[in-house]
Every structure is written in structure tokens, then in C-alpha cells.
Design a protein around this ligand. Structure first.
Ligand SMILES: [Zn+2]
Length: 331
């Protein structure tokens, strides 16, 4: 959340929700879990089971659950919600799926085929594991010398190092693997031991239960760092992978990291080449360039109350309208 949104959250009251109840809520998460896990711990905070159940109960009591098909066909109506989860983490199967099933709700899961069955890991998750390893050993000089040898970054404090390490360019992601090896961290056995990602069998079980799956690119790159052709391939292959493996007849996709710098040309091509495609972004309550783009906001922050988050998002929408930023412009 930016400075403005933070301030709006602070002044927002959940009681104001009645003014905004006639608006849809497209909230997204990554995982729900009661304890820490190394591959996420140093990236972002998330909700525990009790907090997530409270969110679901609140949404169910105040909004009607909609579906991707209703959204695609423009017949969802206003007072609706649809939850989605990015990155295909194991917890969507072991935690989220049973909770939603018990409440007779469904959700959309956006996955990266490269990580399914724990074949490999998202480089940002490796970064979190490495930071955890370095921290556990007190960021000692020997370890930091190993890191600096491979990745020549300068820093004044361990916090600054962690912040810079997390901002590493996608093109440098092989260096993350190199650092892990040099530090004696075996990511293969980590994947075996923790199984951070869902399996094909789990996807099949969730699809059979009526849940939806969409692409989230093959390898979760920051798309802005790739060429137009590479962006498009990453996106379309991830949607096609689901069709090839599970014979689904719809097309859903969510942008990894951000949809901020996605070009008009890419959006137009994606929608033209697949007339069933529904795209999800994470730019909050803003109007995108096409009705088949659904903008979401995060409900993941465990220190924030969901009714207040929804109110703050609506206040932010009013603010964006005032400063002329409500309509997303794409070059
Ligand atoms: Zn993601």
C-alpha cells in the first residue's frame, strides 16, 4: 500500500461499508497459513486460518459469490465477490480448498506451470530461503563474502542487503541459484521436503470440485523486463498448459507482480487471440482499457481488517477519480 492508501486505511471506518456495498470485491491472496515458512517468510506477511475464515464469513454475509463466466459475460452484477490466489502454493490445496469447500464457495487459482509438482522454484522464493539462512547464521562475514563474490551489491546494513537482494533483476536469477549452492543450501531437497507448490493431482481434484484455474505465466517473471514476444509467450503458454493437461474450456490469466507497465498492444493481442480470455490485474478499484480485465486488490495483509480495507480501497478510488487516475491508460 502506498502513502495515500495507508492514510486512507487509517481514517477509514468499517461502518462506512454501507456506502460502498453495491460494489464488487475482487480480493486476492497467495496463501493462508498458521506458521512461518522459509520461502515466503522474508517476502510478505499473510493471514492465518482464523483471519481468513473471518474474511470469508464477512464476504459471504455481505456479498454474493460470482463466477469467472459471469464476469466474462458481463452479467455478474454489482454486489458480488470472487476470491483468487496467485502463485499455486501448496496451501491453496491443504488450507484454502477445505475451508472454501466447507462454506460452499469456490475460488480462482492462478498458477505457474514451471513450479507445479515442485519441479523447480520461483526465484523470489529462493531469495527468501537464502535470507533466512543468512539471518539464522547472524549474517556472518564468511557467508556475506560468498554472496558478494557472486552478486556485487553494496549495503550498509543487513536490512539494506535483504531489500536489495529482493529487488534482484529477473535476468540475474541464475545468481540466486549460484548463491544457494555456494552457501550449501540444497533447493532440490528443500522442494522435496517442503513441497511449496501444488501438484497436478491436486489441481485435478480442485477442478473436479468446481474450482477454477488460470495461468500466471510459466515462470513468474517481472513482465516489464521481457520483450513483447517473450511476455506474450509466458502468458499464453501458461493458459494453454492448463487446457492441455486438464481439458478446461475457459481461459483465465492474472499478471505476476503487477500489471502496471503492460502495454495496450499486448492486452489487445491477448484478448483478440482468445475471445474467451478473462484477465485479472492487481491495480485496485480502477477501470481498465477493456471490460474483460478485472482489477483486484489484496486482502492478504494480516494486520488489516477486511471491512476497513474495502472502505479504504473505495476512498482511494474516489481519490484516483479526483486526480484523473481512475481510468488506467496503457501505451
Ligand atoms: Zn504471483
Amino acid at each position: 500500500m502506498g502513502i495515500v492508501k495507508n492514510s486512507l486505511y487509517r481514517v477509514a471506518s468499517g461502518a462506512w461499508l454501507r456506502f460502498f456495498k453495491n460494489e464488487p470485491v475482487f480480493g486476492y491472496y497467495h496463501l493462508v497459513r498458521n506458521n512461518k515458512v522459509p520461502h515466503i517468510e522474508h517476502l510478505y506477511a499473510y493471514k492465518n486460518v482464523a483471519q481468513f475464515v473471518a474474511d470469508v464469513d464477512f464476504l459471504k454475509a455481505n456479498y454474493r459469490a460470482t463466477t469467472p463466466a459471469e464476469l466474462r459475460d458481463g452479467r455478474a452484477g454489482k454486489n458480488v465477490f470472487l476470491l483468487s490466489f496467485d502463485d499455486g502454493l501448496e496451501e491453496i490445496y491443504s488450507v484454502v480448498f477445505p475451508i472454501l469447500k466447507a462454506k460452499n464457495l469456490r475460488a480462482v487459482f492462478f498458477i505457474n506451470p514451471n513450479f507445479v509438482d515442485n519441479a523447480e522454484s520461483l526465484y523470489k522464493h529462493d531469495i527468501s530461503v537464502i535470507i533466512g539462512h543468512l539471518k539464522a547464521q547472524g549474517f556472518n562475514a564468511a557467508n556475506m563474502a560468498i554472496v558478494k563474490e557472486i552478486l556485487p551489491i553494496t549495503f550498509q546494513s543487513n536490512e539494506e542487503f535483504a531489500a536489495k537482494f529482493k529487488q534482484l533483476k529477473f535476468a540475474d536469477r541464475d545468481k540466486v541459484k549460484e548463491i544457494a549452492v555456494a552457501l550449501g543450501i540444497d533447493m532440490r531437497s528443500y522442494l522435496k521436503q517442503h513441497t511449496p507448490y501444488i501438484s497436478k493431482a491436486q489441481i485435478k481434484e480442485m477442478l473436479d470440485a468446481g474450482f477454477w484455474f488460470g495461468g500466471h505465466t510459466m515462470s513468474h517473471p517481472p513482465l516489464g523486463q521481457l520483450s513483447h514476444a517473450a511476455q506474450k509467450a509466458e502468458i499464453q503458454q501458461s493458459v494453454q498448459w492448463l487446457k492441455d493437461h486438464f481439458h478446461i474450456d475457459y481461459s483465465l490469466f492474472a499478471f505476476p507482480f503487477t500489471d502496471k507497465n503492460i502495454s495496450r498492444r499486448l492486452i489487445d493481442e491477448l484478448l483478440a487471440e482468445d475471445d474467451r480470455l478473462l484477465i485479472f490485474g492487481n491495480s485496485g478499484l480502477r477501470q481498465d482499457v477493456h471490460p474483460r480485465i478485472i482489477q483486484r486488490f489484496s486482502l492478504e495483509n494480516p494486520t488489516r481488517e477486511t471491512p476497513k480495507v474495502i472502505v479504504a480501497e473505495h476512498l482511494y478510488k474516489i481519490f484516483n477519480k479526483l486526480i484523473g487516475k481512475y481510468h488506467i491508460r496503457r501505451k
